[in-house]
Design a protein around this ligand. Structure first.
Ligand SMILES: [Zn+2]
Length: 173
């Protein structure tokens, strides 16, 4: 999927999870959401023509060469391992919030990619088999619609938070 869909998926899960947490300051909310947005586009660094790949072409090319596309950098098990390691190593509270946002964003990316025709290697590197829950083609009309729906939900959540609307129950605190 393209970066617009991924960013909106990241914002959606970021907003949702943030609303579940208690006593969140504006700063920690910002760091959490920022982490989620970066995480939501990060896995595509393994593809030089992706949005993030174009921003960091040299790194992207190197990663693609040694890891391939939609393999190690799209492997849930790798991120689970990295998450466990970083959570164990970091003590700074705000940095931890950012790391949690980052991995949540990555999770949203992997989930969305699971709905593409190509699918996702859920158990890589244990198995190369890719699993697909849908048949969405990147940059297709269906993806445009999905992206539009995500943008719409995000706008409503923000309006709910600002007490302009009250559509969702999880936004009520
Ligand atoms: Zn991807």
């Amino acid at each position: 999927m393209n970066y617009k869909t991924h960013i909106n998926g990241g914002i959606l899960v970021g907003l949702y999870v943030n609303l579940q947490m208690s006593n969140t300051s504006i700063i920690s909310t910002g760091v959490f959401l920022g982490g989620a947005v970066v995480g939501s586009i990060f896995p595509d660094i393994d593809h030089k023509n992706s949005y993030i790949g174009k921003k960091a072409k040299t790194i992207s090319k190197a990663i693609n060469k040694f890891a391939g596309h939609r393999k190690l950098f799209h492997a849930p098990l790798m991120y689970l391992l990295l998450y466990s390691i970083s959570i164990g190593m970091i003590n700074d509270k705000l940095l931890l919030v950012g790391i949690k946002g980052l991995f949540l964003g990555v999770l949203s990316h992997l989930l969305l990619d699971s709905f593409t025709i190509g699918g996702l290697p859920w158990f890589y590197p244990l198995s190369k088999k890719k699993f697909s829950l849908g048949s969405v083609k990147t940059n297709s009309k269906v993806e445009d619609i999905l992206c539009g729906v995500l943008i719409f939900i995000n706008i409503v959540i923000v309006l709910d938070i600002l007490h302009i609307t009250s559509v969702f129950t999880f936004t009520q605190k």
